[in-house]
Write a protein that binds this ligand. Structure first.
Ligand SMILES: Cc1cc2nc3c(=O)[nH]c(=O)nc-3n(C[C@H](O)[C@H](O)[C@H](O)COP(=O)(O)OP(=O)(O)OC[C@H]3O[C@@H](n4cnc5c(N)ncnc54)[C@H](O)[C@@H]3O)c2cc1C
Length: 490
């Protein structure tokens, strides 16, 4: 890798000029990266360590993208609201949990000297099944024997199906056409009859994807759960994706990666508007200037790539992919209390609701115990519905639901913080882009396919832990390796 031209001077020799009030930042770089989320920054780190000069252009005024840690006020964070007392401890409004088999993210946490702590999950959990509450302690909710039988059958069935999906080429699965031709909703209606079990699939889809099952191709769903190692790995707290949290918040990962790059490598407040490429160069135009390089990595989700003008136009399949992978709809709400009263009452704080509006709730107290808190997710249709009311009305609804499921002590929070990611112009939804029936087989092959000197990163392009921070890091590494291979040939 050290064959690459290494700078004698690591600074980017940035030239600033003021033309008609617009600040132009022009410098020399080998690779321009669009997006300073975990994917873009990981790509930058790999390329920088290989001796290449990188420039990361980020639309927001901060790095981290879908990771966002707030301490104090939310004034600078779009679509975030705070009511009551601001928390004194850091709160993750985006990605927050890490779990086993997420090797890259765990390694990075370790490298940056960050600590993790276990998500609290001791005590009784609550199932809200169409308004009927029941409590249970195991990982399987307390449901009727018939529902239990069907639930086990469904989990086994999905587990068998997902194991047949090859992660690198899910579209090449023998039955890809059949699986992609139906939505998860259609599969659910055909295979599940018990309303409780159907409702559990709905709740899972809302919290994991921010969608209803009708919005997802069965093939995409199977790929996604295979990519995380199975449904239980995705949904469990202990030994699952929700097992641990990062002390001080996950945005520190992006901040740590950015800080390791040569000064000036990351430009924030620089939305990229256009990308032009010739046989030798890629010219990226952002509001902060024009950047020319030998290659470009676009590390933003397909839905946001659609807002960039490409010249020459992207191949039709890639351009249409950008139209066919909308982000999920998820509102993340953190409700803080003076005491963790649910723990005192023997509850873990977990609630799964089959019919919403909250699809999932769990304990979100910080590691020091200073800020007792619950986190609640409003996903899918409910997120769309409740996006239309104000923050105060959403907060009141959330508190009312917590009172209904966990008891009257939920009525007196001292603070409330939320972020509706769909209303954030640089996310347009979360946690991940999804594919509807009939789309995955045709358009997924374009997700990672380079276009000349353009390469694609972002968690949506990952093979393992697609949709998660781990997937974002994997994608950044992969895209950087592809760029290195191209530049090495030239
Ligand atoms: C509410 C929520 C909960 C989640 N929970 C978890 C969890 O518990 N565990 C987990 O592992 N993952 C979780 N995730 C998902 C995780 O946060 C993401 O998978 C990961 O952060 C994605 O990183 P990325 O770099 O691929 O994309 P992003 O973080 O979206 O980065 C893309 C960047 O590109 C920028 N950008 C977009 N368009 C342009 C443009 N035109 N020009 C310049 N810049 C642009 C954006 O501002 C953004 O900073 C959650 C996400 C959310 C929102």
């Amino acid at each position: 890798m050290r064959n690459f031209p290494v700078h004698a001077d690591n600074s980017l020799r940035t030239r600033h000029s003021q033309i008609s009030g617009m600040s132009f930042v022009m410098g020399e770089q080998d690779v321009t990266i669009v997006g300073a989320g975990l994917a873009g920054l990981m790509a930058a780190r790999v390329l920088d360590s290989a001796g290449l000069r990188v420039r990361v252009l980020e639309a927001r005024e901060r790095v981290g993208g879908r990771t966002c840690t707030i301490t104090g006020d939310v004034d600078n964070e779009p679509a975030a609201n705070q009511l009551g007392v601001p928390t004194k401890t850091p709160v993750d409004l985006g990605g927050q949990w890490v779990g086993p088999t997420q090797h890259r993210v765990l390694k990075l946490i370790n490298e940056f000297g960050l600590l993790t702590f276990q998500t609290f999950h001791t005590g009784r959990k609550c199932l809200d099944d169409r308004g009927r509450l029941s409590h249970y302690r195991s990982s399987i909710p307390r449901v009727s024997p018939l529902a239990l039988l069907e639930l086990h059958g469904a989990l086994n069935h999905l587990d068998r199906l997902r194991q047949q999906v090859p992660l690198a080429t899910p579209w090449a699965e023998d039955r890809a056409r059949m699986f992609d031709g139906v939505s998860l909703e259609a599969w659910k209606r055909r295979n599940l009859h018990n309303p409780t079990v159907r409702g559990l699939i709905d709740a899972l889809t809302r919290v994991v994807f921010g969608t209803e099952p009708s919005e997802i191709s069965l093939l995409y769903f199977l790929f996604y759960i295979q990519s995380g190692g199975g449904l239980l790995a995705l949904t469990e707290i202990p030994e699952g994706a929700q097992e641990q949290r990062v002390v001080g918040g996950t945005q520190q990962l992006a901040q740590g990666l950015a800080a390791q790059l040569p000064e000036g490598s990351v430009v924030v407040g620089a939305p990229v508007q256009a990308i032009d490429q010739t046989a030798e160069r890629v010219v990226v135009t952002s509001t902060a200037g024009v950047h020319e390089a030998r290659a470009c990595i676009v590390a933003v989700p397909p839905a946001l790539t659609a807002r960039i003008a490409f010249d020459p136009s992207l191949p039709a399949v890639r351009a249409q992919l950008n139209q066919r992978m909308p982000q999920g709809s998820l509102i993340k709400c953190i409700i803080t209390y003076s005491r963790a009263w649910w723990r005192e009452a023997g509850f873990s704080g977990e609630v799964v609701s089959t019919h919403g509006p909250l699809c999932f709730v769990c304990d979100n107290t910080d590691d020091s115990g200073q800020t007792p808190a619950l986190v609640a997710f409003i996903g899918g249709d409910a997120a769309r519905e409740f996006a239309a009311v104000g923050a105060q009305a959403r907060r009141d609804m959330v508190v009312q639901e917590l009172v209904r499921c966990l008891g009257p002590q939920a009525a007196d929070p001292n603070g409330y913080i939320e972020k509706n990611w769909s209303a954030d112009p640089w996310a347009q939804g979360c946690p991940v882009g999804v594919m509807g029936a009939g789309n995955f087989r045709h358009f997924a092959p374009a997700l990672r396919q380079p276009v000349g000197r353009l390469f694609w990163a972002g968690t949506e392009t990952a093979m393992q832990w697609c949709g998660y921070m781990e997937g974002a890091l994997e994608s950044g590494e992969r895209a950087a390796t592809e760029v290195l291979a191209l530049l090495q040939r030239q």
